[in-house]
Ligand binder design. Sequence first.
Ligand SMILES: Nc1nc2c(c(=O)[nH]1)N[C@H]1C(S)=C(S)[C@@H](COP(=O)(O)O)O[C@H]1N2
Ligand SMILES: [Mo]
Length: 320
Amino acid sequence: MPYIKIPKGWEIPENQVTPESDYINRRTFIKKMGIASIGGLSLIGTTACAKGKGVEGQLEAFRAQPLAATHNSQFTVTRQMTDEVVAATYNNFYEFTMAKDRVWKLVEQFETRPWEIEISGLVDKPMTLDVDELIKQMPLEERIYRFRCVETWAMVVPWIGFPMKALLEKVQPKSSAKYVQMVTFMNPDVAPHQNNSRLPWPYFEGLTLAEAMNDLTLLVVGIYGHILPPQHGAPIRLIVPWKYGFKSIKSIVSIELTDRKPRNFWNVLLPREYGFEANVNPNVSHPRWSQATERMIGSGDRHPTVIYNGYADAVAHLYQ
Ligand SMILES: Nc1nc2c(c(=O)[nH]1)N[C@H]1C(S)=C(S)[C@@H](COP(=O)(O)O)O[C@H]1N2
Ligand SMILES: [Mo]
């Protein structure tokens, strides 16, 4: 099992128990002052100068790398699709920054190829695969899914990926496997916020094996018809559309089958605010956000939150 640093209770003083974002804002501010005084300026400078083209210029390079995938019309939603630029400039990727509108810039020096992903633990056929080899072997589908963050914003985007089930069948879980633990890359040289040692990097998440085997659970390698831009968690990330966004771990390097319930990043940081299951539910408020309604990014339209984010038919049986 990859090494995961669990912060002690005293490392998370009560007065820092604020948002998914506010918790880290204060620290980011302190960190920035630190960077300015120790010569991290070159890092910031490179980003600003070399890439003056804006997000459209950045996305051009990805549109030039289309991914062939079968559109699966079973997963169309009635809501309006989120604009690509809106989705690409409003991201949670705390390894880089807490500021949603700055992630797309900070990821420009994040190299997502070559990239290996290790599948290990309670499986008959453990393997380590190059992500592009994996993509070639897998049946790629495009699915339009609703996506809902616990901060109450929502979007509708066309993901390209393959059911996690297809990968798990390849490695053949042993009958003792009950859970799947996933871990994100660790590289503080390119992901500056990973220098914040108060956070239990690298990011980690988990699912029950039944959740991982559900048909909705996707390993995503593309969006809007092309390979995934780094801000969305390139080269490969999870999407579990009936759960709050923090479950959908980005830039995965390790998938491990276990017989013990995995920990998850936000639950370790703030156990009274973030659980393991984290299913979208309008009737269960987060301590700081009512979950009764959600706001579509881009349009700003508000809608009532739907149980399991609208996917009850596919997943409600998992929680009887
Ligand atoms: N490794 C990693 N995965 C992550 C996060 C993160 O900070 N690091 N943020 C999560 C949260 S809170 C959300 S809402 C979604 C955001 O995905 P998007 O930026 O593609 O919309 O990614 C999730 N996966
Ligand atoms: Mo989120």
